[in-house]
Design a protein around this ligand. Sequence first.
Ligand SMILES: Nc1ncnc2c1ncn2[C@@H]1O[C@H](COP(=O)(O)OP(=O)(O)O)[C@@H](O)[C@H]1O
Ligand SMILES: [Mg+2]
Length: 334
Amino acid sequence: MTALDCLLQVEDLRVAFDTFQGRLTAVDGISFRVKPGEVLGLVGESGSGKSVTSLSLLRLLPQPPGKVEARALLFDGRELQGLGEKEMRRIRGGEMAMIFQAPAGALNPVYTIGCQVEEVLRLHRGLSKKEARTRAVEMLRLVGLPRPERVAREYPHRLSGGMLQRAMIAMALSGKPKLIIADEPTTALDVTIQAQVLELMKEMQRRFNTAFILISHDLGVVAEMADRVAVMYAGRIVEEAETAALLKRPLHPYTGGLIASRPALAGERKPLQPIPGQGPDLLNRPPGCLYHPRCHRRREICRQESPPELQPEPGRRVSCWLYAEEQEDGGGDR
Ligand SMILES: Nc1ncnc2c1ncn2[C@@H]1O[C@H](COP(=O)(O)OP(=O)(O)O)[C@@H](O)[C@H]1O
Ligand SMILES: [Mg+2]
């Protein structure tokens, strides 16, 4: 990927928190890129650093106690780290929007839905009050809300989780974003509504060619929509590949574990196999590969040294000792 066809380029992002127990490393040097119109899935168990990553990109993480560092955070050709708070505010909700996990908290409880969509249209698109009012209703209709004129006059607490999520998608799209970061957008919803909201996001992505970072602990949700998937474990990206390739042949044992622990899809029969053990203590990171205590394929070296990042196939990367040997054994210059 050249710099030109790259919408977002994250290089060596690190996030730590100073806590009473000491320094907690939540994100430990991750790098990834998103192309215009592309959907990158970010998946990993709870606590792996997904939300901290997305909040850092939007500069929404309180600092202190957080501390964010990166070699580069390039968005649409601009380095975000150099920007002032005013410029950042212009980007947030405009070129780069965010959709959070549903219920009320994500929207302001004291303003009507319509008012909040209008605000985005006026602030980021420069519409007049009157234009914004009409357009807000159109946006609410676009995301499939029934009786959008009425929904516009409602306060968030009057809407169901599924409707709120649609309203939030309308709000995000109103700023004509190039990138939407959707952090567990369907986690709080029941299964049928979850599928509808995912379908809506997919439709909007195709229609407006918006790039997405779709974040979920559920690989199934991510696989529905993502072109590529990056797998996070304990603040690191341990594997990244195109979605189909990742599902067909996961390379990292953790990815394999995530696939095995997925509930069966429709028509599939398989027992559920949760990954045994827990994520590492981020305050006291163990030496070696952070996954080794839970890994059924661990070797001696995994306990001692952190695995290098390897590219066993074009377009794939994995951090695991299993593939390091393969390369040395005659993988040559693949
Ligand atoms: N404000 C904070 N202070 C201290 N630790 C935090 C804070 N926010 C997040 N963390 C820690 O950072 C780690 C990653 O959290 P998070 O990004 O929310 O995980 P995920 O979204 O993948 O479930 C967790 O161990 C979490 O406890
Ligand atoms: Mg999270």
